[in-house]
Structure formats: C-alpha cells, structure tokens
Design a binder for this molecule. Structure first.
Ligand code: PHE
Length: 342
C-alpha cells in the first residue's frame, strides 16, 4: 500500500508539472496520461496486487489521481475551445449585447418558491418516475381496479399496457416514499403529471403538481390546517383568507378542499372566482389507514396528512395569467415578461 501511495504521489507530480502550451502538447498530455496505454491506466493495474481489505482505500487513491489528470485535461480543452472560437470567428467579444435578459419560466419561479416555503418548515423535496405502475398510481392509494373514482382522472396508458400509466398525480411518489422510509416522513413531491383531457384555456393533457405528505405519531387535522395556512400566507401574503370544504378522495379520510379568498377581486366577486369570492387551490386530508397499511406503516402507531395542488393554478393566480396553454407554448413574448420576477 505504501509503495502504491508513493507511485500515486509521483504520478500526481508529473501531471502537475507537465506544461501544456499549445494544442500539440495538450494532445501529448492526453496520450501520455489518459490514453489507452497511458500511465493512469497502467497504475490501475496495480489494484490486483492490493490485499482485499485495502482495496477500498487503494481504489480511492487511484481515483483521485485519475480525477486530477482528467480535470487538467478538461481545463486546457476548454481553454483551447475558447481560444479557437476567438480566432476562427468574426465575433467581436467586446460588442454590447442586444439587451435581452434571459428569464426563468414562471412555473419554475413558482415551483422554487413553493419548495422554499415548505423547506422552511422542514419539508424535503422528493421526486420519482413519470411512468408509473398501477400499484403506485392507483391500487396502493386505495383505488383498486374497477373503483369508480379511477374515472376522476382520465388516464394515459403506456403501450396499451393496463399496468403502466403516465402518472395522473404525484401521489405515486408518496407511496414510493412510504414504502422506502420509516416515519417520520415530511416531504413535498413536485412534478409533471398527465391526464387525458381536451386542451383548453383551463385544462391541459399535462400539468405540474406539488403534493405533500407528513407522517408521524399523533399528526392531526389541525397540523394540516396550520401547515397549509402557513403556506398560503407566505405565498400570497398575510391578507389571504382560507376555508375548508368537505370533499372526497379515496386515499384520505376525512378529505377536504381548500379555497382561498380570490386574489384578483379580494373577495368581492369577479370572473376568476365566478363571482363567489373564493378559489379552490388544493385537495387534502388525513392519509387513509388502508393506504398506510398498503405501505407497511401501522395506522395504530402513525397518522399523517397529505395534500396536492396544481402549480399552474397557483401561478395563474399569482401572476394573473388567464390561459393554461401559455405555459407550454414557449412564446418569448410571454416568458420574457417574467425577467426579474421572484
Ligand atoms: N392526488 C390528488 C389529485 O391529484 C390531490 C390530493 C393529494 C388530494 C393528497 C388529497 C390528498 O387530485
């Protein structure tokens, strides 16, 4: 091991000392150290002489010298690229730009803000696949085959396979989390979801959701209300009012939908809130004991809440956008309005 360490040190010195001054010496460097017969390759052959219990340490040592060699190559390759760009093109690098400032997509701005708000109260971010099996999208969530509530979400099947779907909600990530982790679990799950709906100003075949899940001992509906109230006051400002209406989801019991006072007319009544003064922004409830059981969590010991909301809906309310299609058309005139927005 000591002799290997010495060899690695010697090789590191050689790498550091090798002077790269032009394209030819760059190529020479590459061949000498990183080529198929290069010294870095050679030194890896020493692995076979290392006793098993030291293999891990030796591997790390060898990797460190490989990374050193590769980083130097990358650095000088980048320089070469930049230099040739300058020489080979007529670009005047000192000319002022056309003044167009890049902007983030509004869904990205809002998504990030949601992550930040929940991050402040201890929620981590979880992500998973968009193509799901029946179990994670439906069955584990208390939606067995032939359950009428499956029709609440028009599903895209993959290759006509009844077992593979484009996820219709990110509740599938909740199932994956509960299966993989012991409570306490406190996460939000942002991501794209798909539903077979006719595209219009108010519906699209894909959109983004953020769902949340909190499971621990003695989690109550009061915790759910406080968490969501904290979220909307952070997101929309202190003046916002909320109300909960009883609702139904197969995976939560009791279930509710939460409305906020309309941010456009401040509750007076307008076309966005259909003159009611309230807009629905999310579904929520206490995780159904059967869902916990399906994910090997004992409902006698643990309870939890879950919620789910559409990121487009929140973004439309926040930035007063009136057509869902704008989000996916990539029209510069739309996107550039968000330069500097937070
Ligand atoms: N999964 C539901 C939907 O997509 C939202 C939801 C999540 C409702 C969690 C309740 C609890 O509509």
């Amino acid at each position: 091991m000591d002799s290997l360490r010495q060899k690695v040190e010697a090789l590191s010195l050689q790498i550091n000392d090798f002077a790269i001054t032009d394209a030819a010496s760059l190529e020479q460097y590459r061949i000498q150290f990183l080529g198929s017969k290069g010294t870095v390759k050679d030194i890896f052959a020493e692995m076979k002489n290392v006793p098993n219990e030291q293999k891990k340490e030796a591997g790390q040592l060898l990797n460190s010298v490989k990374i050193l060699a590769e980083e130097k190559l990358q650095h000088y390759s980048n320089l070469k690229e930049a230099a040739s760009l300058k020489i080979d093109s007529d670009i005047d690098w000192s000319a002022p730009t056309n003044g167009r400032i890049a902007s983030r997509h509004p869904l990205q701005i809002v998504g990030q803000e949601i992550n930040n708000i929940f991050g402040r109260i201890g929620f981590s971010v979880a992500e998973a696949r968009e193509i799901e099996d029946d179990w994670h999208n439906f069955s584990a969530l208390n939606l067995p085959e032939d359950h009428p509530a499956r029709d609440m979400q028009d599903t895209f099947f993959v290759n006509k396979n009844p077992d593979m779907v484009l996820r219709t909600h990110t509740s599938s990530v909740q199932v994956r989390l509960m299966e993989a982790q012991k409570p306490p679990i406190r996460s939000i799950m942002p991501g794209r979801v798909y539903r077979n709906e006719t595209i219009s100003a108010r519906a699209h075949c894909f959109f983004h959701q953020v769902e949340g899940l909190y499971i621990d001992k003695k989690v109550s509906f009061a915790d759910l209300k406080q968490t969501l109230y904290y979220f909307v006051t952070q997101f929309f400002g202190e003046g916002v009012q909320v109300r909960f209406r009883p609702s139904y989801f197969p995976f939560t019991e009791p279930s509710a939908e939460m409305d906020i006072s309309c941010q456009l007319c401040k509750g007076k009544g307008c076309s966005v809130c259909k003159q009611s003064g309230w807009v629905e922004i999310l579904g929520c409830g206490m995780v159904h004991p059967q869902v916990l059981r399906n994910c090997n969590i004992d409902p006698e010991e643990y309870s939890g809440f879950a919620f789910g909301m559409g990121i487009e809906r929140l973004t439309m309310l926040k930035f007063q956008i009136n057509d869902l299609r704008l989000f996916s058309e990539n029209d510069q005139r739309f996107v550039s309005q968000f330069a500097g927005a937070r």
